[in-house]
Design a binder for this molecule. Structure first.
Ligand code: AMP
Length: 419
């Protein structure tokens, strides 16, 4: 056996109990807000055949080209840890023949995604997203509704963010624009970073997305896609903006906003926060009308988005502290063996009635137990000693105002009901 150094992989981390309370509250806000719009949860496998992402995301993308966790399993099949959620959801949509149900199918998911990215603040290799997909319509009102819903979740969480929208055209008009870009880029290859010189050949649209400082003057001078849309795409984009206006949603048109994934057509959007550093994108989304067919399914125009939970938690964590921590409602402090047994019995009884109780298993003295109760964020402590056992009356203390009084078991139960 080789040497073993204990540690998690770079770009991964543990979410500890002091973190997960916040994550749970974000997830439950998502369930609540998305539910109002008719979205139901779907859970797909975290591991998929590699081909699903190679086809669904596009071989020219950074994700497929450089970032996927791909390996062969014991049967020799190439498998990949999912780098994003959309391809799996569309696969499940096709396999479940959901198009037969008619109308727009609305699905949401949350969970871990895996990309072998360069390490930097706000970028993880295992990160978490909550995302939603509305499959089965190309109507721009669907685009506006899903954008409203994404912003609705951020609003419910008290996060201030800015919306940027663009149209990236379609199979008819985009190739002409991409050729135009390629021609422009060939004129001045010297001003581009190494990645962009490659992108100028393989995927010129991605140059627009480059974050390298040196490329910015050139990028800013490139033609804007919004000036080169076909009539269908220009009309769709105008209707989207009208629906957003009707909904009272502020946005800016960002003609250089493109998404990293090949299958996007027409609407592309991003939600950015002023509270994050260079990795300021909180959410990204867009329309992917051709994806279902690329994967061998029926025509199923669709739009979706994903919100990065790590970044959301980072913003909220700073503003909320640990207000969401759910400590025990009752900490049962005991002295002596008989009191210990009684404490376990009371805790068992109250837990069955839905109360959060904690009994310490150590041999600790009362003082130590009270300190632990404070550390755990307990709301009350119940003290059980020999005296209390004999009388069937216990002393209870409420931490919020240090009030202390005596209760019988019935009184305790009744009191906890009111808190
Ligand atoms: P994407 O799937 O690339 O469109 O990303 C959607 C959102 O997921 C982004 O706006 C980020 O908030 C988040 N995200 C993407 N990649 C990462 C990462 N490596 N680490 C943390 N969050 C990420």
């Amino acid at each position: 056996m080789g040497e073993f150094t204990l540690g998690n992989l770079p770009g991964t981390r543990d979410l500890l109990p002091e973190d997960t309370a916040l994550w749970q509250s974000i997830e439950s806000a998502a369930r609540d807000v998305f539910g109002r719009y008719g979205f139901a949860e779907i859970r797909t496998p975290i591991i998929e055949p590699t081909e699903l992402f190679a086809r669904g995301i596009g071989a020219d993308t950074d994700i497929v080209g450089k970032e996927m966790y791909t390996f062969r399993d014991q049967s020799g099949r190439s498998v990949t840890l999912r780098p994003e959620g959309t391809a799996s959801v569309v696969r499940a949509y096709i396999q479940g023949a959901m198009h037969r149900e008619g109308g727009v199918r609305k699905l949401y998911y949350h969970g871990p995604m895996f990309r072998h990215e360069k390490k930097q603040k706000g970028r993880w290799r295992q990160f978490y997203q909550v995302g939603a997909e509305a499959i089965g319509s190309e109507h721009p009102a669907v685009d506006a509704e899903i954008i409203e819903m994404a912003l609705g979740l951020l609003d419910a969480l008290g996060v201030k963010a800015r919306l940027c929208v663009n149209s990236v055209g379609c199979r008819d008009c985009r190739p002409r624009y991409v050729e135009l870009l390629r021609a422009e880029l060939q004129k001045s290859p010297g001003g581009l970073c190494e990645d962009c010189r490659r992108r100028a050949e393989t995927n010129p649209l991605r140059v627009l997305d480059c974050k390298v400082e040196g490329c910015q003057p050139l990028v800013a001078a490139l033609p804007a896609i919004t000036d080169h849309l076909c009539a269908g795409c220009a009309g769709h984009f105008a209707q989207l903006r009208a629906h957003l206006d009707d909904a009272g949603i502020a946005y800016e048109v960002a003609p250089r906003l493109v998404r990293g994934l090949d299958y996007y057509v027409r609407t592309a959007f991003e939600v950015v926060s002023g509270d994050l550093g260079s990795q300021n994108a909180l959410a990204g989304g867009g329309r992917y009308d051709g994806l279902s067919e690329v994967l061998g399914g029926p025509a199923a125009p669709a739009i979706g988005f994903a919100i990065g939970l790590d970044r959301l938690a980072m913003i909220l964590g700073e503003s909320r502290g640990d207000a969401d921590r759910r400590g025990p409602e009752l900490f049962l402090a005991w002295m002596g063996d008989a009191a210990f047994v009684k404490a376990l019995e009371i805790a068992r009884h109250l837990r069955r009635r839905g109360r959060r109780c904690h009994v310490d298993f150590g041999e600790g003295r009362l003082k130590g137990q009270l300190r632990l109760a404070g550390k755990l964020g307990a709301r009350h402590v119940l003290i059980i000693g020999e005296d209390e056992l004999a009388r069937g009356r216990y002393s209870i203390k409420r931490f919020a105002d240090s009030r202390q009084w005596e209760v019988t078991m019935e009184e305790l139960e009744a009191y906890l009901e009111t808190t």
